[in-house]
Ligand binder design. Structure first.
Ligand SMILES: [Zn+2]
Length: 353
C-alpha cells in the first residue's frame, strides 16, 4: 500500500509537469501565431508549421492550432490547460462557443470534460437549428471503405422494403435521424449531440438486425401502429432493463412464499432496499473519499462477510462492482486465503462478499 501510494504520488507529479508543459507550449504557440512567425519560416499556415516542421500528426496539429487561436482571444484558456482543468481534446468543442465576451461563465463549463461531454455542452449552448429526424439505411460495401466518400452509395429509406431491395451480401448502416455521407469507414456507434436532449446515433448493423427490426415492426403493427425505429428499439431496451432489474431483486412484488434463507442468501426485500438506498451504484470508497459509483457488473457485497458472521440485512449489505467486491474480500481474507480458496479466479460469485 505504501509503495502504491509513493508510485501514485510520482505519477501525480509527472502529470502536473505534463499539464504545465502543455500549457506553456500552447501559450508560446499562441505568441508564435500572433507574430505570424510561421510565415517568416516559409509555411502556409500555423497548421502546416505544426505538421511539417514539428512533425505532429494532423489531428495533434489541429488541436494545438485551435488551442493557440483560442488563447489569443481568451488568455485564461492557457492557464486552464496548464493547470489540467481543460483537456486538449475538448478544446475544439470549447472553441465553438467560448468568446472573449462570455469566457468567464462559459469556459468553466468545459473543465474536466471529455470531448463527447464537451459536445453535449456545445449542443446545449448552440442547439442545432433544425435537428434532422429522418431514419435512413444506406448499404455499406466493405471493399469501398477505403475508396473515399460514400456519396455514390445509394441510400434507401428503411420503409422502402425488405432486405432484397438492398445490395445483397452487404451490411447496412442504420443511421438514426440523418445520413452522414462523409464518414463511410466502419466505426463503433457514434453519437452526435444536436440539441440539449436530441442526439444523432450512427450505428453500423447487419442485414439480420434490420430483418429483426422489420419483424418487430410487423409484430407490433397492431399494438403500436406507426411506431418509429427509435420507439421500437427503446421498447426492446425497456424489456432488457426490466429483466436485469428482476435479476438484481428490483421486482415490484416480493415472493408470496419466502424461501428459508441460506446463510449467504440475501432476501429480495433486502436487495430492493439496498439497491434503492445505494442508487444502483458501487458504494466502495476510493482513497480520495469519493465513492466508485460504477454501474457495471454490480453485486451485493456483505460489509461484514458471511464467513465472519455478517448478516444479510439492509445495514450489512451494499452494492459493489465486481472489482471492488473482490478488493473488499481480499482486504478481509488476505491474498493467501483468496488465492487458496479461489485459485485462478478473477472474481467471486455474487452474494459471498
Ligand atoms: Zn466499484
Amino acid at each position: 500500500m505504501d509503495t502504491a501510494r509513493a508510485l501514485s504520488a510520482n505519477l501525480a507529479s509527472l502529470l502536473r509537469c505534463e499539464h504545465s508543459a502543455l500549457g506553456a507550449f500552447l501559450v508560446a504557440l499562441a505568441d508564435f501565431d500572433r507574430r505570424r512567425a510561421w510565415m517568416t519560416l516559409g509555411h502556409a499556415s500555423l497548421f502546416a508549421y505544426l505538421h511539417r516542421e514539428l512533425r505532429l500528426s494532423k489531428a495533434a496539429a489541429q488541436y494545438r492550432k485551435v488551442a493557440a487561436e483560442l488563447i489569443q482571444q481568451v488568455p485564461a484558456v492557457g492557464d486552464a490547460l496548464g493547470e489540467g482543468r481543460l483537456c486538449l481534446t475538448s478544446i475544439v468543442e470549447a472553441a465553438r462557443v467560448v468568446t472573449a465576451q462570455n469566457w468567464e461563465t462559459v469556459l468553466p463549463r468545459f473543465f474536466g470534460l471529455s470531448r463527447r461531454e464537451a459536445m453535449e455542452v456545445v449542443a446545449e449552448l448552440q442547439p442545432h437549428p433544425a435537428p434532422p429526424t429522418r431514419t435512413i439505411v444506406c448499404p455499406v460495401r466493405t471493399s469501398e471503405f477505403a475508396a473515399g466518400p460514400a456519396s455514390t452509395t445509394p441510400t434507401l429509406p428503411l420503409e422502402a422494403g425488405p432486405a432484397g431491395n438492398r445490395t445483397s451480401g452487404s451490411s447496412g448502416e442504420l443511421t438514426k435521424r440523418e445520413v452522414d455521407a462523409s464518414a463511410p469507414t466502419p466505426r463503433p456507434a457514434e453519437v452526435v449531440p444536436l440539441t440539449a436532449d436530441l442526439r444523432r446515433f450512427h450505428l453500423t448493423v447487419s442485414d439480420r438486425f434490420l430483418e429483426k427490426l422489420q419483424a418487430a415492426k410487423d409484430a407490433l403493427s397492431h399494438a403500436r401502429p406507426g411506431a418509429t425505429e427509435e420507439e421500437l428499439l427503446e421498447a426492446g431496451l425497456d424489456l432488457l432493463l426490466e429483466k436485469a432489474a428482476k435479476r438484481k431483486g428490483l421486482v415490484a412484488k416480493p415472493r408470496k412464499t419466502p424461501r428459508p434463507a441460506k446463510c449467504d442468501h440475501i432476501p429480495a426485500h433486502v436487495k430492493r432496499a439496498v439497491m434503492e438506498r445505494d442508487g444502483g451504484r458501487c458504494q466502495f470508497r476510493l482513497p480520495s473519499g469519493e465513492i466508485c459509483g460504477s454501474t457495471h457488473q454490480l453485486e451485493f457485497d456483505h460489509i461484514e462477510p458471511v464467513a465472519l458472521g455478517g448478516a444479510s440485512t439492509v445495514e450489512n449489505v451494499r452494492i459493489a462492482c465486481r472489482s471492488h467486491n473482490i478488493i473488499s474480500a481480499r482486504r478481509v481474507f488476505g491474498d493467501d486465503w483468496m488465492d487458496r480458496y479461489a485459485p485462478g479466479k478473477a472474481s467471486l460469485p455474487a452474494d459471498t462478499g
